[in-house]
Ligand binder design. Structure first.
Ligand SMILES: O=C(O)CCC(=O)C(=O)O
Length: 298
């Protein structure tokens, strides 16, 4: 096993790998902040943060970034997909935080050939609420509770109790713009509020091997093949900007977001007819904006 891979599996993460120049990262950051202040409605302000590679051209390029894929290949082997990409943005002095959790606890994948790459677009430091990781915790499964708190950025508030974590062992993952950290799908991680006067903006990509599968019907089943070939066809294929255009990707983005909401509504209502009625209305963006305000989604 290479040193890189050994190191990754010993600690559950490898950090401070440069994949973009500071200048490229800062251009993306400036454009993103302009987007946020361009008068977008509540639905847009929430929905662009997941499956972001189907929403922003820059994000679709980054999921196929050569350096990132080379690092991921060393861990996952030659065939893998980008299953999701997520924006973690905290405004200056924001109380938003991410409770400590293990992603694999709720993804529902069949094996742990899964990693996340978090790329810092702005700087990500202790003061502005950088990622925190419990080293080597990927080898144990911790118990989680859904603790919905207003400022928790996780939709369901998945949380490991503080009593189960040795706080002294938590490591702050500080990154400069353009640097990334690779972390195991089962590592315990989270982040604190932003106490600084700067934005904190990270872009996280979830990679799964093509032989992995989403076993729960609760999550996305679409993915973009970013490396090698897919002989399993467990995922429905997403196009990329190589062979499509952003308007088509955005149409798929909208469809996937609405189908995620439908799964969630169905879970809550447990009645197909009520779900269909609610979903008829939630197809309209102003109504989704209202819905997000009601469920207080951050
Ligand atoms: O960096 C953060 O704020 C949290 C990231 C996170 O929870 C994740 O990527 O799963």
């Amino acid at each position: 096993m290479s040193n890189f891979k050994q190191n990754f599996f010993d600690n559950g993460f490898i950090t401070k790998l440069r994949v973009l120049s500071e200048n490229d990262a800062s251009n993306i950051c400036d454009n993103y902040l302009k987007y946020l202040s361009s008068g977008i409605n509540k639905a847009e302000s929430i929905e662009h943060k997941t499956k972001s590679h189907l929403y922003f051209p820059w994000a679709n390029e980054i999921i196929r970034n050569k350096r990132i894929l080379e690092y991921v290949e060393q861990i996952l082997g030659p065939n893998f997909v980008c299953w999701n990409s997520v924006i973690f943005h905290k405004y200056p002095s924001s109380k938003n935080f991410v409770s400590m959790h293990q992603d694999q606890n709720y993804w529902g994948i069949i094996h742990d050939k899964a990693i996340s790459v978090q790329l810092a677009i702005s700087e990500s430091k202790i003061e502005n609420g950088c990622l925190r990781i419990l080293p080597s915790s990927h080898r144990s499964d911790y118990s989680h509770k859904d603790l919905i708190k207003k400022d928790n950025m996780l939709a369901r508030g998945q949380s490991i109790s503080n009593d189960d974590l040795n706080q002294d062992k938590l490591k702050n993952i500080e990154l400069d713009p353009g640097e990334c950290v690779l972390f195991h799908g089962n590592i315990v991680h989270g982040s604190m509020p932003n106490k600084s006067n700067k934005h904190r903006f990270c872009f996280t990509i979830r990679f799964l091997t093509t032989d992995n599968k989403i076993k729960k019907n609760l999550y996305y089943n679409h993915a973009t093949l970013v490396k090698g070939t897919d002989q399993y066809n467990f995922f429905q294929k997403e196009d990329s900007l190589n062979n499509s255009n952003i308007n088509k990707l955005k149409a798929l983005h909208k469809q996937l977001i609405i189908s995620q909401i439908e799964k969630y509504v169905n879970l809550k209502l447990r009645n197909n007819i009520f779900t269909k009625i609610v979903m008829f209305f939630l197809k309209f963006e102003p109504i989704r904006s209202f819905y997000y305000k009601v469920v207080k989604k951050a």
